[in-house]
Design a binder for this molecule. Sequence first.
Ligand code: PMP
Length: 379
Amino acid sequence: MRRLLTDPLARLRERADEREAAGLRRRLRFRRADTPLLDLAGNDYLGLTRDPRVIAGGVEALQRWGAGSTGSRLVTGSTELHGELESALAAHCEAQAALVFSSGYLANLGAIVALSGPDTLVVSDAHNHASVVDACRLSRARVAVVPHRDVSGIERALDERSEHAALVVSDAVFSVDGDAAPIVALHDVCQRAGALLVVDEAHALGVVGNRGEGLVAAHGLAGATDIVRTVTLSKALGSQGGAVLGSIDVIEHLVDAARPFIFDTGLAPACVGAALAALRVLDVEPQRASAARGNAGRLAAALGRPNSDAAVVAVPVGSPEAALAAAERCAAAGVHVGCFRPPSVPDGVSRLRLTARADLTDVDLERAIQVVAGALARN
Ligand code: PMP
């Protein structure tokens, strides 16, 4: 007999109890503006979120354009400032054109869904970010998830496809472990198979390349019209928002077809102004990119981890409980580190995730190394 739920929330409580037993409950903590913790958990890779020039860019935009963008991009939500940011992003990353979305998450949903569909095979790396995974699910395409960085697995999936179109999607720098995609090999495989390559540069913009131009441009592939890049404005650029970079054809297609572009309110002017100011800082202080990578290298070496390709250093801990306990010991000693547990990572490989900012001092680094090593030694 069909059994109907009488208490619709009872199953949520059961799930919460299961997560509690598995060490997987998540609790919000509200950060104070003057927190004394040393931040190795955020994604402010270049230390720009509180840079006076970036704040001034946001404030000026707020005063000139108001608190909100007032409408979707195609109605009233495209200010001249949005246009300026798009030109500056395209110039910085050597792309033909850019299109700003209200987050990196939505840039991925917009690009991947609009560039695929039921007639397309989408091939996705197993370590891709959740926003890429969700975009694949929304695409209504057949999705082949291939093992991490497995270029021959990608090639096989492309060769065996029955669909005439194909899209390969990969993070440029993988968000949890900080390793880079084999971008040149990926592009070769895509070219041979007539597939479009979508690369999420969220953790590479501002960090990878001499000027923080990202992984694709750093490998001389910025001119490839069969590569589409997505970026976030919320990490190295210290603001909020996202963008897609690509050929004029691709960007025009997204204006017509990307639902998160068409139906979402345009990015708030303050975020646009702050991101634009951050790009200008990066243009005059390109050494911030190598400083972030250098600091990540020092953290990785001191903690016995492989050198990071960007500014993320992951330290595997094992169980979610052990990872949480280590992160709490770090916080108690004054250092805020990221703690990644399932579903952000597979079972059994929970991690501490440290982000190295360009503006960490020698004293900060020494303290961070001591505290994290001490917290791990007690596991
Ligand atoms: N892609 C990757 C690889 C990310 O790590 C993130 C942010 N965690 C996003 C996309 C989403 O960007 P945003 O936070 O701007 O929505």
